[in-house]
Design a protein around this ligand. Structure first.
Ligand SMILES: [Zn+2]
Length: 148
């Protein structure tokens, strides 16, 4: 009995932790959507341009993530040509962003109904992050080769 009680207790803590994590992810994803949309909305406004990149400033070439904010913003409003011209990974990121938002939103609202284990959810999130990093660097490598 004792061990069963302990098990339930830690399950409850785990569910709370998962909910907190999902809410935080929801905020992060929403911020990224808002920032991307703000950046393309403000682009060219009174000559304002958002393209500060330490890597580019120091090394002189684009970094793997250069243009991603613009690219995601344009993809979100359906302008795929502009999106790809800033960074070809943007449309994929925009899709993942919307999919992540939909999942996290539903998971926060309906919690237990569509719960997968937290460990598995974290594993998926890490796999997606790693996949994005690999794709960004691969596309960047190809772009660097083509521009030489
Ligand atoms: Zn950059």
């Amino acid at each position: 009995m004792g061990s069963r009680k302990g098990g339930l207790g830690s399950d409850a803590a785990g569910v709370d932790g998962q909910l907190r994590w999902r809410k935080r992810m929801l905020m992060v994803l929403m911020s990224f959507v808002c920032i991307s949309l703000a950046v393309i909305r403000l682009a060219g406004w009174h000559g304002w341009e958002f393209n500060r990149c330490l890597f580019r400033a120091v090394i002189g070439v684009d970094c793997p993530a250069c243009g991603v904010t613009h690219s995601v913003g344009y993809a979100l409003v359906g302008n795929l040509r502009q999106s790809c011209s800033h960074n070809p990974v943007g449309p994929l990121l925009a899709f993942l962003l919307l999919a992540g938002l939909a999942y996290m939103g539903l998971a926060v609202l309906f919690g237990k109904g569509l719960s997968i284990s937290w460990n598995r959810e974290c594993a998926y999130a890490k796999a997606v992050d790693a996949g994005i990093a690999v794709i960004l660097v691969t596309i960047w490598g190809l772009r660097m080769c083509l521009h030489q």
